[in-house]
Design a binder for this molecule. Structure first.
Ligand SMILES: Nc1ncnc2c1ncn2[C@@H]1O[C@H](COP(=O)(O)OP(=O)(O)OP(=O)(O)O)[C@@H](O)[C@H]1O
Length: 255
């Protein structure tokens, strides 16, 4: 997947601009940044729920006329929203099976990636733990056989220990299935641990891009990226001020 000079927003209002992404098979891009930076808006645009206000998106080298969720989905783009959007009254298995499609992965193949879900196959989704629900949301996306998976804040509402267990699964999913992944995440260090590359969005501008491992080892650069644009230290918390549970980490904290 690639996008060039992508601008995203709502109707005529652009909230993030100049976004360039090139993502190959099984690569993970972590999209980081403080609240309101435009991360979710970017994912909604890549998923086709919003029309770009500028720039282009291509999948497998082919330009996709963006702005249609159906078209983007046909091109192999699948979004895992932060709400998870599960059918809480259906079982784990039913939630996955309902999303299965011709040419996608098998339900059994997807469950191989999430052995914990296999043991909970007959349990209603609403009765699963938060971490299991998140696994199910990813499993349901994977059964569609995506080329590009967009994961919005999988840590939302989860205890840090659960997030620590979940995040490596994102790496496993990319490596085992070849799916490219864009991961929006407030847990900066955990995201950088599993990602190949990262982008920091601040107030709608790309303030830093680079290899995830290099950014992880350079907390000063990350800190500057979060704070530099505003020039008002403290107004853009690198750990994410929307983190009500205080579970997110600052870039300088040990992972
Ligand atoms: N439906 C909407 N209509 C107009 N503006 C919106 C809409 N939804 C979000 N915005 C605005 O777009 C900007 C970017 O929001 P977005 O949700 O993409 O940020 P974010 O980086 O995902 O933040 P967070 O980490 O808090 O989820 C914000 O200023 C927000 O107020």
């Amino acid at each position: 997947m690639a996008c060039e000079e992508l601008c995203v927003g709502y109707q005529r209002t652009t909230v993030a601009r100049g976004i360039g992404i090139t993502l190959g098979r099984n690569e993970i891009l972590a999209v980081l940044g403080p609240n309101g930076a435009g991360k979710t808006t970017l994912l909604l645009t890549l998923a086709g729920f919003l029309a770009p206000t500028g720039g282009s998106i291509s999948v497998d080298g082919r330009d996709v006329r963006a702005g249609s969720a159906r078209r983007m989905n046909r091109a192999g783009v699948v979004l895992v929203p932060d709400s998870r959007a599960l059918f809480t009254n259906l079982s784990t298995l039913q939630n996955i099976a309902i999303a299965a499609r011709k040419g996608g992965a098998t339900v059994s193949g997807v469950l191989d990636l999430f052995p914990q879900l296999r043991t909970r196959a007959k349990v209603r989704a609403g009765m699963l733990s938060g971490g299991e629900q998140q696994m199910l949301a990813v499993a349901r996306a994977l059964v569609q056989g995506p080329r590009l998976l967009l994961i919005d804040e999988m840590s939302m509402g989860l205890a840090p220990i659960v997030v620590e267990q979940l995040m490596p699964l994102v790496r496993t999913v990319a490596d085992e299935t070849g799916t490219a992944i864009v991961l929006v995440e407030q847990h900066v260090h955990l995201a950088l641990d599993v990602a190949d590359t990262a982008m920091v969005l601040v107030h709608g501008d790309v303030s830093l891009t680079g290899k995830a491992a290099e950014l992880r080892d350079d907390p000063g650069a990350l800190e500057a990226a979060y704070l530099g644009t505003t020039g008002t230290p403290g107004s853009s918390d690198p750990a994410g001020s929307s983190d009500p549970a205080g579970t997110a980490r600052r870039p300088e904290d040990p992972a």
